[in-house]
Design a protein around this ligand. Structure first.
Ligand code: ATP
Ligand code: MG
Length: 273
């Protein structure tokens, strides 16, 4: 079966219309076939492992994956499942938390740029510079006159990265308000999930609609041909994992990579006893 990842891609200039999208959708997959779905993710893991090795060996391309979501949206689970089995040497995760004093004393892209991928690397941003038009906007951490200019900076910054050889994939894990409630409740109810419960998440949850609007605008204003956003229905974790694995595999396959030519005369070399 071919899986059409363009179903989830937001075209340049298009509004994602988040409130019209079904967060439980399993587009292109039978919604009852969870077991088959999990099997498919394992197959895609293997393919991703090969592609990552090729990316590393060839050393020409850089891949940046931006992950954004509401709290409990599944960013950590996505990293864990999608990159399972992939050689950690070539994959880095950069998590962006509340900025430190030093970070706040600089422009908002300062802390970001340092973490972008080098040749041969895949870097996953767990949160990103988008926080500076999301939480910063919703909680009024900077005046509108400041954050409203950032969409354009971000488009230009990402275009620069793309022009210099970085492949960019931006993923929004789209969960429903009800699904968030369930997941936050589980963090309270299940002792081994208690550590994940952050009372601050409840304050953010009160601002659900404002966050959705901030995501809607951010995605609409910054999805470009070279740095597209994908909106992934993420209430069903197994489907989310398939969709994201497919996007990564198909994106990497699109790079048409090749292993470097072997050194001359390898066939004449005999390894001595
Ligand atoms: P988890 O899902 O496990 O809770 P997390 O990504 O939410 O992981 P936390 O340490 O709980 O990690 O939260 C990070 C917090 O940092 C978030 O509330 C986020 O909004 C905030 N943050 C990230 N970047 C910025 C920024 N540029 N300005 C202000 N707050 C930010
Ligand atoms: Mg959190």
């Amino acid at each position: 079966m071919t899986f059409d990842i363009s179903e989830f891609r937001v075209s340049a200039g298009e509004a994602p219309k988040l409130n019209k999208r079904d967060t439980r959708a399993t587009t292109g997959w039978d919604s009852n076939d969870k077991d088959g779905g999990k099997q498919r993710v394992l197959e895609l893991n293997e393919r991703l492992e090969q592609l990552q090795e090729l990316l590393w060996a060839e050393g020409k391309n850089r891949v940046l994956v931006v992950l954004q979501a509401m709290d409990a949206g599944g960013k950590d689970g996505t990293v864990r499942h999608v990159f399972e089995g992939v050689n950690p040497t070539g994959v880095k995760v950069a998590s962006f938390k509340k900025p430190t004093d030093e970070e706040l004393a600089h422009d908002y892209l300062w802390r970001i740029h340092h973490h972008v991928p080098a040749n041969g690397e895949i870097v996953v941003f767990n949160r990103s510079h988008y926080e500076d038009v999301l939480v910063v906007r919703v909680l009024d951490l900077a005046p509108k006159s400041r954050w409203s200019k950032r969409y354009e900076h971000i488009v230009n910054f990402e275009q620069m990265l793309a022009d210099e050889g970085t492949t960019i994939v931006k993923i929004f894990l789209h969960i429903s308000r009800a699904e968030q409630q369930e997941r936050l409740q589980a963090r309270l109810d299940e002792p081994d999930k208690n550590w994940k419960f952050d009372p601050g998440d409840l304050i953010m949850r009160e601002r659900w609609d404002d966050f959705q609007q901030a995501f809607e605008d951010a995605i609409a204003k910054t999805s470009t041909n070279d740095a597209p956003w994908y909106v992934i229905p993420a209430d069903r974790k197994w489907f989310r994992n398939i969709a994201i694995s497919e996007i990564l595999v198909q994106t990497l396959e699109g790079l048409n990579m090749e292993f470097p030519a072997p050194a001359q005369g390898l066939d004449e070399i005999v390894i001595p006893d």
